[in-house]
Design a protein around this ligand. Structure first.
Ligand code: NAP
Length: 359
């Protein structure tokens, strides 16, 4: 078994992929080489200190111990099994494999034991689910979760780099319009004189109750379905009731979530605060009198999940309300992928090769 690994990052030119290139070194993960892959469009592009980006081909994907994927579901469906067959453990950040029964869906602080059952592919959860279950795990262990009512306020970086550019472009256009500087349209007030491309409506200075998309006539978005289904799979309890409304807001980085947690056993806000204070990967910021609580601007750039506004729900004796915020690109994506690799390294599950894995 190797103890320093050859790592592929697929989607290396994207927002998450760029972090996947950096986070292993930040965390002293034992990687002897990191190779970036992206589409044909980016092949040959230089990545600072890590050589050039490669295109995916059967010839280029051999000899890796670990492949961190963040290039969307269709790329994962096509290429993750090929990397796994060629000997790598794939940690996939897309939705392609998350709900497959034989693919572990893992948050490093929550259910690392699920990794033992892998068959070469491990799924990294959706960003909104990821941060929420880190905070919910100690509460579920102590008092059992019966029902969750969740409203998310999700950053545009969760959609991809084109969405970040769309928000910046629209915000500049609206501000230019309001300042009376020359612009291209005739809209008044806060309406943007640019046709939206990534979202169905203007995202600048707006809140869109359609994070993800409505598939096949469903009245929930796919993002809401992910939150419902992935939460149950990770916490290992399909009986948990989950109601979710996912909203896209004009924030660049950092998802915020208002979560109402109804427990099976009584749990006071004070006890919940103690549990969260002791939980790995959680920082409690909860001093409302001093206006101290989690903010997207505080969470951006760091790995902990921030929790605050912990209080009794006046409408239910066994329910608490809380506000959960994290960096969707770090803990919500790249950092957890590397943490999964760390656990697999510690447990002797990396560097084995496809032929020697227990089927
Ligand atoms: N952003 C988040 O908060 C977040 C959180 C959790 C999960 N995710 C998931 O992570 C994935 C990527 O998100 P992102 O925000 O990093 O997206 P992004 O910034 O748009 O980057 C997409 C990456 O995928 C690459 N790619 C696209 N088509 C490809 C192809 N045919 N073959 C190889 N590479 C290809 C792109 O390469 P080019 O530059 O060459 O086009 C780029 O490197 C998505 O599945 C997303 O759902 C994102």
């Amino acid at each position: 078994m190797a103890d320093d690994y050859r790592v592929a990052v697929v989607g290396a030119t994207g927002q998450v992929g760029r972090l996947m290139l950096r986070v292993p070194a930040e965390r002293n993960f034992p990687a002897r080489e990191i190779v970036g892959f992206a589409s044909e469009r980016s092949a040959g592009t230089e990545i600072e200190g890590l050589g050039t980006v490669r295109a995916l081909s059967d010839e280029s994907i051999g000899g890796f111990d670990l492949a961190l994927f963040s290039a969307g579901a269709s790329v994962s469906r096509q290429w993750a099994p090929r990397f796994a067959a060629a000997g790598a453990i794939v940690v996939d950040n897309s939705s392609a494999w998350r709900m497959n029964d034989d693919v572990p869906l893992v948050v490093s602080e929550v259910n690392p034991d699920a990794l033992a059952a892998h068959h070469g592919i491990v799924a990294n959860p959706n960003c909104s689910t990821m941060q929420m279950v880190v905070a919910l795990k100690p509460i579920h262990e102590a008092a059992g979760i019966e029902r969750l009512v969740i409203s998310t306020y999700q950053a545009v970086s969760g959609t991809g780099k084109e969405a970040v550019e769309e928000l910046a472009r629209q915000a500049q256009a609206v501000l230019a319009h309001r300042q009376g500087t020359p612009h291209t349209g005739a809209a008044d007030g806060l309406e943007v004189p640019i046709q939206p491309r990534v979202y169905k409506h203007q995202i600048a200075f707006n809140a869109l109750p359609e994070a993800g998309s409505f598939a096949d006539g469903d009245d929930h978005t796919d993002e809401e379905r992910k939150l419902i289904n992935e939460t149950r799979k990770i916490l290992g309890d399909t009986s948990i009731g989950v109601s979710a409304t996912c909203v896209r807001v004009p924030v660049f980085v950092g998802h915020s979530e208002a979560v109402n947690v109804q427990t099976r056993q009584p749990l006071s806000p004070e006890h919940a605060r103690q549990l969260l204070d002791a939980a790995p990967g959680v920082t409690v910021l909860d001093d409302p009198a001093a206006s101290r609580y989690p903010l997207a601007t505080l969470a951006a750039g760091q790995d902990d999940v921030l929790v605050g506004r912990i209080r009794r729900d006046p409408g239910h004796e066994r329910a608490l309300d809380m506000w959960i915020v994290a960096d969707n690109l770090r803990k919500g994506a790249a950092t957890n992928a590397v943490q999964i690799a760390e656990v697999m390294h510690q447990r002797g599950l990396l560097g084995i090769g496809a032929a020697d894995r227990v089927a």
